[in-house]
Design a protein around this ligand. Structure first.
Ligand code: R7I
Ligand code: MG
Ligand code: MG
Length: 308
């Protein structure tokens, strides 16, 4: 039974994102992950450390927590806070090009020119804007407003429309997951329709269509084959959505599906974990790995605080 308690769901959103990241990070870049490998990571001892995905999710959540509700995003402040977090923790497995953006911001550039100047002037279409976006669901009153906030948070570093709109899509999807009735079965087609309805970008609308067309019974490998599992936004957000829609009532299974598909496992696991955690709540997360999760106390606190 999923919870209807908004505070538990808000905590589940942030904890689910971090748990997916930490579990998935053990397998980043592998072509597929077996069930026994996942079992071992879930049950072994020692802290489960998160990566850049959660570092930046925390920065965005703190951005909202420090301001009065409804004040939106101050983009230059956010860019600077992201960049400072990158500088403070270089060992968190950052994307290949993001350092250029952060370095420019730290040396005084406006976020807009720093983001636009990466990758030969076209901006990044990496999944970094989508991987950190889940807190917008706790700061926006409606799914379309979550999409708008997602886009504003995303474009701070990802100027390419594929990268920036991915944050709108994932932000709106997390908001929808948070507000799905706890005791009613989730209808995947309707869910994807509602996400598409919040998204003004034709390329993302066709990626959502492609996600809908994947047979629901597909294995992780088949889903990855159809949707991709790489570090680009179009090659990872659809698989995260599919993983959640495949197991909407079990965060553990949603995250395991995402990671089993291989590739960018921390990020796809994290995005699936945010969605499933938002629907099912912190109490539905697997207790053993959760107990070992780095930063769990602060993540829970921020979720509860932002839930109001
Ligand atoms: O998007 P970003 O922050 O990366 C996030 C990923 C996640 O998997 C994290 O867990 C971490 O491991 O990295 O960082 P970017 O460097 O902006 O984008 C990630 C990658 O996408 C880059 O290193 C490139 O391989 C690719 N990429 C591009 N390649 C060519 N042209 C992104 N944009 C482009 C592009 O415009
Ligand atoms: Mg990472
Ligand atoms: Mg990753």
């Amino acid at each position: 039974m999923n919870t209807a308690d908004p505070r538990d769901r808000a905590a589940g959103l942030l904890l689910g994102a971090a748990l997916g990241d930490a579990l998935g990070s053990r397998f980043e870049g592998m072509s597929a992950v077996r069930a026994d490998q996942l079992d071992e990571v879930e049950t072994s001892e020692g802290e489960l450390r998160y990566t850049d995905d959660t570092v930046l999710t925390l920065v965005l959540a703190e951005h909202f927590a420090e301001r009065s509700p409804g004040s939106g995003i101050q983009q230059q402040d956010l860019a600077l806070d992201f960049a400072r977090a990158w500088r403070a923790e270089p060992g968190r497995g950052w994307g290949g090009g993001i350092g250029h953006v952060f370095r420019a911001v730290l040396s005084g550039s406006e976020w807009s020119s720093a983001a636009r100047n990466s990758f030969g002037g076209q901006g990044s279409y990496g999944n970094g804007a989508a991987m950190r976006v889940s807190p917008v669901a706790l700061a926006a009153p409606t799914p379309p407003e979550a999409a708008t906030l997602g886009l504003r948070s995303g474009e701070v570093t990802h100027a390419h429309p594929d990268g920036a709109h991915a944050a709108a899509v994932q932000g709106c999807a997390v908001h929808l997951a948070l507000s799905t009735p706890a005791d009613t079965a989730l209808d995947p087609d309707r869910f994807l329709d509602r996400v598409a309805g919040c998204c003004p970008d034709s390329r993302w609308i066709s990626l959502l269509e492609r996600t809908r067309a994947v047979p629901r019974s597909s294995s992780p490998a088949e889903a990855a084959e159809r949707l991709g599992n790489d570090v680009t936004a179009p090659g990872s957000v659809p698989l995260a959505l599919f993983s959640f829609l495949r197991h909407p009532d079990s965060p553990r299974e949603a995250v395991r599906f995402a990671i089993a598909a291989g590739g960018d496992t921390d990020t796809i696991g994290s995005m699936a974990g945010a969605l499933a955690g938002a629907r099912c709540g912190a109490t539905a997360l697997p207790p053993e790995p959760l107990r070992r999760l780095e930063g769990a106390g602060r993540l829970r606190e921020l979720g509860t605080l932002l839930a109001g």
